[in-house]
Design a protein around this ligand. Structure first.
Ligand code: 3PG
Length: 208
């Protein structure tokens, strides 16, 4: 599977923080039913590894990846659990080397030209631009695109229903990441219907 192509088709990558593994399957179902069969499950909680395993097994049609990967140990755990791609919040040489060596798609977090130079050194063509809103949003992506014509971006951080349309109009943007449709309080309260509704709304906006 060409992960970049798949992510470009999906247009949105929900960034998920799961406190409890038991929420993984209802969350996955809400995303699938909302029309967005993809999740970046972040290694910010102890539930990440088990949640990835559960979702990848139960929903083979879903593209399950791991986010907030900050070291090789987490990357290995994520891949063993079934993660199909890795996202790192910043650029890590060790995690990137591991991913490139084993052919695992990786989207390193960058926000400067220097970090994009690292990306080029590893032959990568898609960066997570993070945190997007705080680092200048679309204007910064446009400016970075000039010296790096071969790079495309997955902006994340501060993207929501109100601004995703504008981001996705830029051809340098492969997809947007965000947590607005999978907020922690909705997951904690078991409001999976609301997650499905927000997901469907996001998909509609992305297609507009
Ligand atoms: C991330 O790690 O990518 C961000 O926490 C997601 O940003 P958001 O919560 O502003 O969507």
């Amino acid at each position: 599977m060409d992960i970049n192509k798949k992510i470009e088709e999906l247009k949105i990558v929900p960034v998920v923080v799961l406190q409890e593994e038991k929420d993984a399957l209802p969350l996955g179902k809400a995303l699938i039913d909302g029309g967005l069969p993809v999740a970046e499950v972040t290694f910010r909680t102890a539930a990440a590894e088990g949640s990835i395993r559960a979702m990848a097994k139960e929903y083979p049609e879903m593209l399950v990846g791991a986010g907030t990967v900050t070291n090789v140990e987490q990357a290995k755990k994520a891949v063993a659990a079934g993660a199909k791609f890795l996202v790192t919040p910043g650029f890590s040489r060790t995690v990137t080397e591991y991913a490139v060596k084993y052919g695992i798609p990786i989207f390193p977090g960058v926000c400067t030209p220097t970090e994009l130079m690292f990306l080029l050194e590893y032959g990568l063509t898609v960066a997570k631009f993070f945190p997007a809103a705080q680092y200048g949003g679309l204007d910064t992506i446009k400016a970075l695109s000039a010296p790096f014509p071969g790079i495309r971006f997955m902006p994340t951080g501060g993207i929501n229903a109100g601004n995703i349309g504008e981001y996705l109009k830029n051809p340098k943007i492969i997809a947007c990441g965000g947590s607005w449709m999978v907020k922690g309080d909705l997951i904690a309260a078991g409001k999976f219907d609301e997650i499905r509704r927000l997901t469907a709304e996001a998909v509609k906006l992305a297609k507009a």
